[in-house]
Ligand binder design. Structure first.
Ligand code: CA
Length: 323
């Protein structure tokens, strides 16, 4: 770790510690401002910061040469033109995997708005147009440098929210994702409990390993859809600092379709866990919501969550500032 790196992240704006004010919910740009630009491009990250996000998310997978790159899935065929550029490189299942390509090869790909593989149609038709763009895949380290730069020029410490994607699958490929990611977090000054960084993962065993065997001291968040029986929230609280549940686990649809706030946030708070549900989308609302502000009100005000993943950081930031 270089002292200037840590200083730039944490002190660019004279801020120490967590991104966002402690007394208001954290606005987490889900894959960047993905409601407006192809997910996980630097353009989407910069737009999110310009829109007032407190933190930007990085989904992390490994390249063939073992470099963490920022992409949502281990397959890259729904967000790039890989099938056209490297048609012979599909696996037996017909899919194209980041781990089969070097960083130099991944850099040649154009990133597009996400498509649904089966239909070839945009996942969100109202968003950025489909088809190749001038945007590119970046490595995690490139994005860390970019965020450091943005923190300085924006005058505030932009938080990061890296997700370890499918560590078990990576291990089956003979690779250790966490072992490649954690040294970068240390090098850039994020591996402390007060740094503006949350490391998230759906695999609790991996979080336990990161905290235990790998000795990571920064903040950890356990992700889930429906609340699992195992691990219990008490077990989670012994390892992690927070949970990232689906919005459905925080505000359910009652029998009449009306919103029903669950007791999950209250129980998590009683154990000292922060709660950052996913994902607010203006163009894909829960059945009980008519607008994204209905989502904001139920999740952040009524349920009392501590932050929210959002594809529309401008709308979420505007709501949080009005409150
Ligand atoms: Ca994610």
């Amino acid at each position: 770790m270089t002292p200037p790196a840590r200083a730039a992240v944490l002190l660019a704006a004279g801020l120490a510690g967590a991104a966002g004010a402690a007394d208001r919910p954290l606005v987490i740009a889900h894959r960047g401002a993905s409601g407006y630009l192809p997910e996980h491009t630097l353009a989407a990250k910069a737009l999110a910061v310009g829109m007032g996000a407190d933190a930007v998310e990085q989904d992390l997978v490994l390249s063939r040469d073992g470099v963490p790159v920022v992409s949502h899935d281990v397959q890259i065929d729904t967000v790039t033109d890989v099938a056209g550029r490297f048609p012979a490189r599909a696996r037996a299942d017909g899919r194209f995997y980041a781990i089969d390509f070097t960083v130099a090869e991944l850099r040649q790909l154009a990133v597009n708005e996400r498509i649904v593989l089966k239909s070839g149609q945009p996942a969100f038709p109202g968003r950025y147009p489909a088809g190749p763009s001038p945007l590119r895949i970046v490595t995690f380290e490139e994005e860390l440098r970019f965020i450091r730069g943005l923190s300085k020029s924006a005058g505030r410490a932009i938080g990061i929210y890296p997700e370890l994607k499918q560590p078990k699958w990576h291990r089956e490929q003979g690779r250790d994702l966490a072992a490649a990611v954690l040294p970068l977090l240390t090098a850039y000054g994020y591996a402390t409990e007060d740094a503006p960084c949350h490391v998230q993962c759906f695999e609790f065993d991996e979080l336990r390993r990161v905290r235990g065997d790998l000795g990571y001291r920064g903040r950890l968040v356990y992700l889930f859809g429906a609340e699992p029986k195992e691990p219990t929230l008490e077990e989670v609280a012994r390892v992690a600092d927070g949970i990232g549940p689906s919005i459905k686990a925080v505000v359910a649809a009652g029998p009449d379709g009306a919103a029903q706030v669950t007791d999950l946030v209250r129980r998590a708070h009683a154990l000292g866990l922060v709660v950052h549900p996913y994902t607010a989308r203006a163009d894909e609302l829960p059945p009980w919501a008519k607008t994204i502000d209905d989502v904001h009100r139920r999740v952040l005000v009524e349920a009392g969550a501590d932050g929210l993943f959002t594809d529309f950081p401008d709308l979420t930031a505007a709501f949080v500032r009005r409150k």
